[in-house]
Design a protein. Structure first.
Length: 204
């Protein structure tokens, strides 16, 4: 990473191109309330951005109505705890499988459509998290295409918004060209990786 950054500096591109690495959320021992986690008692509506009573962080007294924003603020809290306030958190991947094994409860086309549709609505509202309401959230959606040859559980092959042949798994509005332009403008990135789709939709 340092070598890549040094090369960008020499090319005069260090202000335009950011060098970073992603971290799995497993680096957090607890995530919610951004002070302690209980994954066995989290409602599906809370995870899917559906109407729900939400919960209040007992330390900050902030109200959370979805898990993703709570996780983002948990990361910000951890960063602050080690003495940093100038690091921006970006979501390197978030998504929902449209199909899963019998023991993968919740992996369904209906839930995948709900999750992504509600996620895009939140992005369209330009909301920050409760702890950082004025800070925009950059989100990478995982994934654009199903990976039918990927090993592992059924869900691992079914995170895509599209089948490998380019047909949609379900409709969350990306077929609407105006919505796609708006989607890009909101600092959300989609990596397109097949044939004519080989380009990156990114607009600052």
């Amino acid at each position: 990473m340092q070598s890549v950054y040094n090369a960008l500096v020499k090319l005069g591109l260090s202000q335009q191109v950011t060098v970073t690495t992603s971290h799995s959320f497993v680096i957090m021992s607890n995530s919610f309330p951004p002070s302690s986690g209980d994954p066995q008692h989290v409602s599906l509506n809370y995870v899917l951005f559906q109407p729900n009573p939400g919960s209040i962080d007992p330390v900050t007294n902030l109200h959370y109505d979805n898990m993703l924003y709570a996780q983002i603020d948990a990361v910000y809290a951890a960063i602050k705890a080690v003495g940093h306030t100038d690091i921006e958190v970006k979501i390197s991947e978030t998504g929902w499988p449209s199909k899963g094994d019998p023991d993968e409860v919740g992996a369904s086309m209906q839930n995948a459509e709900i999750y992504h549709s509600n996620l895009l609505k939140r992005i369209e509202m330009k909301q920050g998290t409760p702890a950082k309401p004025s800070v925009p959230i950059d989100i990478y959606v995982f994934a654009l295409f199903n990976e039918d040859l990927k090993p592992g559980s059924t869900s691992e092959r079914n995170y895509g918004l599209y089948y490998p042949d380019g047909t949609p798994v379900y409709n969350i509005g990306l077929q609407n060209q105006d919505f796609v332009h708006q989607f890009c403008h909101l600092h959300t990135f989609i990596i397109l990786g097949l044939g004519a789709f080989k380009n990156v939709m990114r607009k600052k």
